[in-house]
Each structure stands twice: as structure tokens, then as C-alpha cells.
Design a protein around this ligand. Structure first.
Ligand code: TMP
Length: 236
């Protein structure tokens, strides 16, 4: 499969059209941003790690009945995916209070939640990805009622599968962000990435942060944390 033309360059990935009109190639970069692009940097090796971790987790989720855009890993940084139209939502699932939820509700980070929290944000950098609810999604025509129900069902199932899988590797899944896409025939599939950029991973024993918060908050050891996640998931 050959790249033809670049369709899009995001903060962490580029997307290319291919010689097959139903397939795209995603190319992961080492560029890192935080706070809606305000903080910029590079995390050496991040592109490869996020590509390989995402593909590993998407293959695992497929075996458990979650449809994804994943087709084939082409190189350490590049993956062949189904062509989808991204539903303009960031779907956030939270098991433990951290980040913006901890701030919004005045909770210390690490506070246990009585039940899982699911949030929708409108994926729009200019507006700072504002949080919205089902009625905004319907009013804006981002998704139908049935699609919202399916996205919610998938997101919660993914949370159950990933939380259990990661706990066995000594990683607590605190929260994460998902994006979904729609294929040409209208099927909703998991898209984008699942990586230390888009999840909070805390070491189960020590509570050490093994994710992008190390970059966001200048905690040091950023590359080591990404490598540790690769090592625990893929054994290297
Ligand atoms: P938050 O606590 O900052 O709202 O982040 C919740 C989760 O979503 C966290 O695991 C990081 C992830 N996330 C993204 O993937 N992209 C983003 O732009 C933001 C703000 C968070």
C-alpha cells in the first residue's frame, strides 16, 4: 500500500490517502503538545511507542468484540487504517478523579469515584474542546441517538476490558480519551489512538505516573515512562 497525498496533519499524527480509496495511512510523530497546543515539545521515540501500543490494544479489543479502524501495522510509526469520518467528539472515561475533573469538582487527584464517569467534549481546538451533553450532540447533528448509545456502550466496554488487562500488568487505568469514526457504510468504529498521550496510567504499586502528565507537568522522566508502558505491554 502506497501513500498518495497527505490529507491532514494533527498535533501528534499525519493522515495520508492511499492507492486504496477505502484505506488511510496514519503516521505518528514525536511532537508533543499540551494545554491545547500552548506547550510544545518533542518526546523522543513517542511516535513509534504510541503507534505500537495503540495497535496492540486495538488488536486486543477487536478479539473482544470492539470494532476498530485498525487494519495493519506497516512500520514502527505507520499504520494502515479504514477510512472513516471522525465523529467530532472526545469521549472521556474516568475511573479515578484526576486532571480536569479533579480541578472542576475540587477533588484531590486520586479520589475514588463511586461509579464510572463518561464525558463528551466537542473536538474543536479553537474552542478548547468544550464539554457537551447528548442534547448538544443531537442539536448539532454530530451523532444520532442510536449512535450516541452505541458510542457510550463501546466506551464503557472498552473501559472494562482495558482496566482488567492493564491491572494484570501493574497499571491502573485512571482515565482516557477515545475517538470514534464512521466508515463509508455508516458503521461506528473505534479510531484515533490509545496511548500514554491519551490515557492516564499510574503504576498500581507506587502510583507513579506513566503517561503524558509527566510532559504536561514537567515531572521529568517522560521518555522513560513511555518506554515502560511499551515494555509492560509488548515485553520490550
Ligand atoms: P483531562 O483530565 O485533562 O480532561 O483529561 C482526561 C483524559 O483525556 C486524560 O487521560 C488525557 C486525555 N486527553 C486527551 O487525550 N486529549 C486532550 O486534549 C485532553 C485535554 C485530554
Amino acid at each position: 500500500m502506497e501513500k498518495t497525498k497527505q490529507l491532514y496533519e494533527g498535533k501528534a499524527k499525519k493522515v495520508f490517502a492511499t492507492t486504496d480509496e477505502n484505506l488511510y495511512i496514519v503516521d505518528y510523530k514525536d511532537d508533543a503538545t499540551a494545554f491545547n497546543g500552548l506547550k510544545k515539545g518533542t518526546i523522543a521515540g513517542k511516535g513509534e511507542i504510541n503507534n505500537r501500543v495503540t495497535n496492540h490494544l486495538m488488536r486486543m479489543l477487536e478479539t473482544k468484540g470492539i470494532p476498530t479502524h485498525y487494519v495493519k501495522e506497516l512500520s514502527p510509526r505507520e499504520t494502515l487504517v479504514k477510512k472513516v469520518t471522525i465523529v467530532p467528539l472526545e469521549v472521556i472515561v474516568r475511573n479515578i478523579a484526576a486532571g480536569s475533573l479533579a480541578k472542576r469538582l475540587g477533588l484531590p487527584e486520586g479520589t475514588k469515584l463511586n461509579s464510572t464517569v463518561l464525558e463528551f467534549c466537542y473536538k474543536n481546538d479553537e474552542l478548547g474542546d468544550p464539554m457537551i451533553n447528548d442534547s448538544h450532540i443531537l442539536a448539532m447533528g454530530f451523532a444520532t441517538e442510536a449512535e450516541i448509545a452505541l458510542i457510550r456502550e463501546y466506551a464503557l466496554k472498552i473501559n472494562d476490558i482495558l482496566s482488567e488487562y492493564l491491572r494484570d500488568l501493574g497499571i491502573e487505568l485512571i482515565d482516557f480519551k477515545l475517538e470514534f469514526g464512521k466508515t463509508a457504510d455508516g458503521t461506528i468504529v473505534l479510531a484515533d489512538e490509545i496511548s500514554p498521550d491519551t490515557c492516564r496510567f499510574w503504576d498500581t504499586k507506587t502510583g507513579e505516573k506513566l503517561d503524558k502528565d509527566r510532559f504536561r507537568r514537567d515531572l521529568g522522566g517522560v521518555e522513560d515512562a513511555y518506554h515502560e508502558i511499551l515494555r509492560r505491554l509488548l515485553g520490550e
